[in-house]
Design a protein around this ligand. Sequence first.
Ligand SMILES: [Zn+2]
Ligand SMILES: [Zn+2]
Length: 212
Amino acid sequence: MPTIARALIASESKTFSVEDIKLGDPGDREVLVRIRASGVCHTDVDLLHRGFSHVMGHEGAGDVISCGPAVKGIAPGDRVALNWAIPCRNCYQCNQGRLNLCEARLQIPKEKRTLRGDPIPASFGLATLATHTLVPDAAIVPLAKADIPPTSAALLGCCVMTGFGSATKIANIKKDTSVVIIGTGAVGLFVVQGAASRGARTIVAVCESGTT
Ligand SMILES: [Zn+2]
Ligand SMILES: [Zn+2]
């Protein structure tokens, strides 16, 4: 039976509104999630200003409502976070182990998310600024510690990994080095945490006042 979700819809006029959308039942490798918390990333603002209709939001956490028959390791009631880099595990980049660079990110069939009868795209394939979403099981990150507040878990899907990963994987900060971070938004603050986790000796975070 289809699910009616309340969702934040970006419009072609670069405004947004709350609307009812219809989600289909989970297919073989799909999962229906009740969203408990969603972050608002600056990319959401950028996408809004591009002026195309879509369901907003790409960092969220919630509870599994139902799973398709071929889904393994995930069950109704599980607390999960959502990952927008949904790997196909079949393309060149996935085969090189670079799942975050997947060239063919999985999506649910477009007719399974509709607004007034017409398919509507989901931000990054997730559409977390809604009461419910339907995603491929590859987007699901089970949370081993179910006591993580959804408001914290939601951030794992974008700003935490962007900032922390930049510090630990891209910059590869070493122990006892000095680090300067320009910008102290959500991503910048997780760069601070990444640098601290690597044992940086001095961390200077520069905040530019008056900007967002
Ligand atoms: Zn983001
Ligand atoms: Zn891939």
